[in-house]
Ligand binder design. Structure first.
Ligand code: 8IG
Length: 277
């Protein structure tokens, strides 16, 4: 990659937390907001939520913030927004996710989470679009993430950093989300490396080992968020039934369309949940 030579996280001697602190200083300077309370990463299908959370006081190009990369994919928005809620909370909305499958390394995948922590955020809300394994689920349905299985074989933790992952997806925050919408179901999220979707056999494996949702993000970010001491809430939008659960081939277009159709409903839900945090 042409930018990899100068990317601050690609220097093996760099301290990723120092780079995150620099990014947080950029955000404070460019937004005029010294500290944020909540961070929200918007995955596919969730993009409209930002408009409903509160008043946007600043919008930044992710590329103006230290260590952030340009978005790899159309449909993924490369911006950061600072939002003021009606209850006076400051929300940092991250519309620029770096995926593990982009191959830039896990430091770049979790940089936004470490930056969010460095801005002061105590709560990390992670959203994504994903495939559903539970046969009762339908495309367009939002579900809470109750736990995860990290199948990337990688970790954002460096060295002998033994981090407890009990109650990683906070029971307290899930209860709060269900208070807003009692019909919310939940499941275990399996992160595959991607970018190919799973084979039907891989989906059967995920089901056998206790998974309900298949996706290509979130678990590495959640681990980094826990390492940084944040409380985590995770949502998946089921945009498609996982391969083999649905009998027709998966297409990226279908995934985007399911996301677009569900967007107003799930965005309103997310905004209401954030209003309760
Ligand atoms: I949207 O079916 C979306 N993202 N791994 N599998 C995986 N990621 C996804 C899927 C899916 N749908």
């Amino acid at each position: 990659m042409s930018d990899s030579i100068t990317h601050p996280l690609d220097d093996p001697g760099a301290d990723p937390f120092a780079v995150a602190a620099d990014a947080a200083a950029d955000i404070a300077r460019l937004t005029g907001v010294d500290r944020h309370d909540i961070a929200l990463t918007l995955g596919s299908g969730w993009g409209k939520a930002a408009d409903l959370i509160g008043e946007t006081t600043a919008t930044l190009a992710a590329t103006d913030v230290t260590g952030f990369s340009a978005p790899a994919l159309a449909g993924h928005v490369g911006s950061l927004r600072s939002i003021l809620t009606s209850s006076g909370k400051r929300v940092l909305v991250i519309g620029a996710r770096t995926h593990y499958y982009e191959g830039h390394g896990v430091r770049r995948v979790v940089h936004s989470v470490r930056t969010a922590a460095a801005t002061g955020a105590k709560t990390m809300v992670l959203t994504n679009g994903a495939g559903g394994i539970k046969p009762t689920w339908t495309p367009g349905q939002p579900v809470l993430i109750s736990d995860h299985i990290n199948l990337t074989g990688d970790s954002p933790l460096e060295g002998a950093t033994f981090i407890d992952l009990t109650d990683l997806y906070s029971t307290r925050l899930r209860d709060l989300a269900r208070h807003v919408d009692p019909s919310l179901e939940e499941g275990v999220y399996c992160q595959f490396r991607g970018p190919q979707y799973e084979t039907p056999a891989e989906v059967r494996m995920a089901k056998t080992i206790g998974g309900h949702i298949v996706g290509m993000s979130t678990t590495l970010e959640a681990i980094a968020a826990r390492e940084s001491g944040m409380e985590i809430l995770g949502f998946s939008l089921i945009t498609n039934m996982a391969a083999g659960i649905q009998t027709t081939p998966l297409s990226h277009r279908e995934v985007l369309e399911a996301g677009q159709a569900a967007e107003p409903v799930i965005s309103a839900l997310l905004a209401r949940v954030i209003g309760q945090l």
